[in-house]
Design a protein around this ligand. Structure first.
Ligand SMILES: [Zn+2]
Length: 266
């Protein structure tokens, strides 16, 4: 499979090939390649950065880093995941619904919010749900941070989760679903397992709850990992109906570690 390392190697082989050709072939050749050296270099570099950037937004391609995006497809199991919490206005309500429906979920939490609402992290854990790392700051600039700063954020968040639950998470979810080479390196250093999704609800961008519901139910597949956000009106008002609809379709909502067959904690 073509990943970033192989792609970079390929890029340099092309670059070297053109260099050799220009050095050895061009003195006697006034053809297109020789008369457009700069253009060719510019196109190669442009393609390299465009492909690398585009693939950063496609984490499940595994281009920049190995990512888990779906689980066991042998059974009609799916998992629910909630990002960006804990949220003082929403977490308790979500936990109540999950308890009523006897459903287990995984919460990808950010360090800044954990510091503000440790009692909610404890409540999530006490109810038997799983907690993953979603960076400390969830900054919009996170993907521009240095590797060292990324590592610091990931460790800081894991330390906070351990402080309030006694458990050290192994799961990590990238903010905005972006993985670049720096983050890939930071993940190698920390040893976290990146878990994304294969069903994005778009509940933060779409206000049309019935459309979100229809799309999620229509696209259910064995092994699906559904991405939801704690703070959205869809989750607040329709989580119970979503759970009912999922089970009516013959799917069982399972804990994420069972679905992906990988432990949530060290
Ligand atoms: Zn997020």
């Amino acid at each position: 499979m073509l990943n970033f390392k192989r792609f970079t190697l390929l890029f340099f082989i092309f670059l070297l090939g053109f260099n050799l050709y220009f050095i050895s072939g061009c003195p006697n050749d006034a053809g297109f390649l020789c008369s457009h050296k700069l253009l060719i270099y510019a196109v190669l570099i442009f393609l390299y950065f465009t492909v690398s950037l585009t693939m950063a937004f496609s984490p499940c391609s595994g281009f920049h880093h190995k990512v888990v995006c779906k689980g066991n497809q042998q059974k009609n199991w799916i998992s629910l995941t909630f990002d960006d919490g804990p949220e003082p206005e929403f977490t308790s309500g979500i936990l109540e619904i999950l308890k009523r429906q006897e459903v287990n979920a995984t919460f990808f939490l950010t360090g800044t919010k954990i510091e503000q609402h440790p009692e909610l992290v404890k409540a999530i854990d006490l109810d038997g749900h799983f907690v993953g790392n979603h960076t400390f700051s969830h900054s919009v600039w996170f993907d521009f941070f240095s590797i060292r700063r990324m590592v610091r954020e990931l460790r800081q968040t894991n330390d906070l989760i351990r402080l309030h639950t006694g458990k050290t998470p192994r799961y990590f979810r990238p903010p905005y679903g972006v993985i670049n080479p720096m983050l890939s390196r930071a993940l190698d250093v920390t040893g976290l397992l990146t878990v994304c999704w294969n069903q994005r609800s778009f509940d933060t961008v779409s206000g049309d709850s019935s459309r979100i519901m229809k799309k999620l139910i229509r696209n259910l597949k064995p092994g699906s990992i559904i991405l939801l956000h704690e703070r959205t009106p869809f989750v607040r008002d329709h989580l119970e109906a979503l759970i009912r609809n999922i089970t009516e379709q013959g799917f069982e909502i399972k804990p994420l570690p069972d679905l992906i067959q990988h432990p949530a904690y060290e």
